[in-house]
Ligand binder design. Structure first.
Ligand code: HAM
Length: 414
């Protein structure tokens, strides 16, 4: 025997018993988002590397060390998408969607790839559901986006949900804040972790995320971005909060909230679950008013979020796996008559299966019980008659093969 090949680290197989819960999640997401006017979009799994380098930001962990980048046969640098927002903005520009009624509201669901340290709740191929509203800076877009994600999580039964919101302001106010924060970090440099010290220049905001006790101590007295917001941004954020209140969304304002992507301006938010361990973020997002321009389009505001499907399923009470009912099981041997019987049954709308393992009479009965099959049919050797057994009633009768489907459709009593 050859050596066993396993799935790569950080990836997993979706097995049949998990597929039903994922399908239910997708179905609910479609209902919630499409009821609010979001339409489905699909973008390619790989894009030009440049899109993420520019869109997600050179200073982020994602671009610096987590991208699956490769050269294709034509020497182009391509990257497996680590997130969806940059791709959706590219598609918006590429298809001239600025000519449509604004905002253009799109949702997506698919696999994403990040070379991260694999652990519980953190994968290298993971699935996201996301929603983007591009073309409006109305605070109602922000509040509605947050409301939709909280609604979806509530409908799916996610437990221990905690919503945090904040505003990063526009780039200029963030610039002033950055300088003040860098000043604070430099003053206390000797108490910071090496990682935070190395990032004072590049990404000082990430210091709020640190687990290191000394750094956390220093951050307790750090200046806060909300004190640097210009009046426009403060007003925008207050309007978002007022709408969230009106929509009965329970949330905390957390001025230390940092996101791992560079494109955010103004509103940011994150939703965690106390049911999960270290990787507790179910989803997050925010406003990215400069991103469309950054990927080569006209200046256009945007707002959206993405949520991790694995984590939602972990935080939700998993619904029992309901196998589809089986109306008719046709016993072996499988010849043309049996084959046609099953095809006819399916055309008539029945759930019908063939015994594909040449089971004995007893074996078929056992298999029918395992499947929860309602009827079993044995075709006689003449190919014209069949023995049809009602498994629930325990009755069996000889019927013409051509009548089996009709009898099963008619239901109990042979
Ligand atoms: P993100 O916070 O990087 O945002 O990812 C969103 C969610 O995807 C996370 O909260 C988490 O549930 C899930 N996730 C991320 N990485 C992993 C992983 N390695 N394993 C399992 N789950 C993971 C974004 O991706 C932005 N594009 C969101 C957005 C949309 N902002 C505006 N529009």
């Amino acid at each position: 025997m050859s050596e066993r090949i396993q799935a790569p680290r950080g990836t997993y197989d979706v097995l049949p018993e998990q597929a039903a819960a994922r399908a239910a999640l997708e179905e609910r997401a479609r209902e919630v988002l499409e009821a609010a006017g979001y339409e489905r979009v699909e973008t390619p799994i790989f894009e030009h590397t440049e899109l993420f380098a520019r869109g997600v930001g050179e200073s982020t962990d994602i671009v610096q060390k987590e991208m699956y980048t490769f050269e294709d046969g034509g020497g182009r640098s391509l990257t497996l998408r680590p997130e969806g927002t940059a791709s959706v903005c590219r598609a918006y520009v590429e298809h001239g969607m600025h000519k449509l009624a604004q905002p253009v509201k799109l949702w997506y669901l698919g696999p994403y790839f990040r070379y991260e340290r694999a652990q519980a709740g953190r994968f290298r191929q993971f699935w996201q559901i996301g929603a983007e509203a591009i073309g409006s800076e109305d605070p109602a877009v922000d509040a509605e986006a947050i409301l939709l994600l909280t609604t979806l999580l509530g409908d799916l039964g996610a437990r221990g949900v905690h919503v945090r919101v904040s505003s990063l302001g526009k780039l200029e106010s963030r610039q002033h804040y950055r300088v003040a924060l860098q000043g604070h970090l430099r003053t206390h440099e000797d108490r910071l972790s090496q990682e935070v010290r190395d990032r004072i220049e590049l990404n000082p905001l990430r210091a709020f995320d640190a687990d290191h006790p000394g750094t956390q101590e220093v951050m307790r007295t750090a200046p806060l971005l909300r004190d640097f917001l210009d009046p426009d941004d403060a007003e925008h954020f207050n309007a978002v909060c007022a709408l969230l209140d009106a929509g009965d969304v329970v949330y905390d304002v957390d001025p230390t909230l940092v996101r791992g992507l560079d494109y955010y301006q103004r509103t940011v938010f994150e939703i965690h679950s106390s049911e999960l361990g270290a990787q507790s973020a179910l989803g997050g997002g925010g406003r990215y008013d400069g991103l469309v321009e950054q990927v080569g389009g006209p200046a256009t505001p945007g707002m959206g979020w993405a949520a991790g499907i694995e984590r939602i399923l972990m935080a939700a009470a998993t619904p029992a796996h309901a196998a589809p009912p089986v109306d008719l099981l046709v016993a072996a041997p499988v010849g043309p008559v049996q084959f046609r019987l099953v095809a006819d049954a399916r055309r008539a709308g029945l759930q019908a299966q063939l015994d594909l393992a040449a089971r004995s009479h007893k074996g078929v009965l056992k298999h029918a019980n395992r499947l929860g099959a309602r009827y079993v049919a044995w075709v006689d050797s003449d190919g014209r008659q069949a023995q049809l057994r009602d498994m629930e009633a325990g009755e069996q009768a000889a019927v013409a093969v051509d009548e089996v489907v009709r009898d099963v459709l008619r239901g109990p009593g042979l």
